[in-house]
Design a protein. Structure first.
Length: 112
């Protein structure tokens, strides 16, 4: 990912990420100290990249994305954001999201 000229993410990425981290913390799979380190790192990283807002064109595109491929609602927003931003590369660890991204014309890199 470091070869990119510019990095961006959907504004919904942060709430989703922190919800997951807090679930892991509540399930005792992540310590409070590790959570705080990750939180600080993520918030610092996000200041260095472009956060793309959820707006009507993204919502409209997310509907089109879900019409072309089976995809979860929030995933359709991530994909629509990338499509509307004309992303050169879309990174995901989700196989279903990767497949939907490819079906919608994105160049997808599946992270393992």
């Amino acid at each position: 990912m470091t070869d990119a000229d510019e990095l961006a993410l959907s504004s919904i990425c942060l709430p989703e990420s922190f919800a997951t981290l807090n679930r892991l913390r509540r399930d005792k799979k992540l310590t409070k100290q590790d959570y705080e380190v990750l939180k600080a790192d993520i918030l610092e990283f996000v200041q260095q990249i472009q956060v793309l807002e959820l707006d009507y064109p993204v919502i409209k595109r997310s509907i089109e994305v879900s019409e072309k491929a089976p995809v979860k609602g929030m995933d359709s927003i991530h994909l629509a954001t990338a499509i509307n931003w004309e992303s050169d590369q879309f990174y995901t660890a989700d196989k279903q999201q990767a497949s939907a991204g490819k079906s919608n014309g994105l160049k997808v890199k599946l992270i393992k």
